[in-house]
Design a protein around this ligand. Sequence first.
Ligand SMILES: [Fe+2]
Length: 347
Amino acid sequence: MARVALLVEHSGNRRLLHDYLGPHYTVMAEEELCLEAEPPELVVADPRALHRWEPALRQARAIWSPLLIPVLLMVSGDGVRQASERLGDTAEDVVRRPLSKAELWARIQNLLRLRAFSADLNGRLTDTAAYSQVLERRVAERTEQLQYTLSETVQRLTRASEFRDTDTGRHIARVCHHTRQLADALGCDGQLCRELFEVAALHDVGKIAVPDHVLRKPGPLDAEEWALMKRHTVDGEWMLQGSDSPYLQRGAEVARSHHERYDGTGYPDGLAGDAIPLSARLVQLADVYDALRTERPYKPAFSHEQARRIILEGDGRTAPEHFDPEILRAFERNAAAFDRIQETLKD
Ligand SMILES: [Fe+2]
């Protein structure tokens, strides 16, 4: 049976209502009310008693929603118009006194139906909120899986390029670590640092397309061979471009622009300054540092101090103007970390 609270000032009226409603509902007296913990399903009140209970009722209705504790106000004579104007505030319906049992019965039934509908809707809304949380969690898991698959694909593509590259084993890994070190020193956020770490591995992916007689030639390259070698930038971009993934788009810009120089003397486009994507500016310095530390047919492996000085001061082939000044300062501040990476990942 529905719980109906009687807030009625006059004891005679209260007794009459109790007798009338008692057989059909669980009638609650004022002293039994605990509005916040176990509110009634309907309140039948006269204006004076309602006035006393108004603060507590407002609080309970704010917690449970007004339609879950509907109030039927009993008023006499002129009070109907005045009370009607306040409907929805502290009461949902008004019934005129002296009471007609049929009218009282109809209004109570209507309010209880309204309450049941509201409770059902509330339940559905709660279910919907819980379901949308489940969906959000699933989307997050799926996104993580996709990111993992993409990272793994990039790593396998990197392995393919390593297969053809003449650079010794861990060059790509070191460039990735140096790039992340620089990005971190520049204050890039964690997500961007991780992304740059991974896409840096693609900087020389275009070398897959460089012919063997050029890629593996021990001596210096002639002009035609050098032109073919330089193509690894645009070929790398071609392999990665056109993807909807921002991750691969960044990989494509790294592949194309990692031999650009800040002063505009690089290739393939001769871009200068901030026209060179940040990702490529970072990989450029990382790549040069590792090249200086690595032995080549035409040069020895330089020590960390030598490589650091060449980058910061130049040596005729490499010049500080080639690098983004801000990235150069980040390198200078963190130079010791580059040496540590080099030592940890040496061939
Ligand atoms: Fe390259």
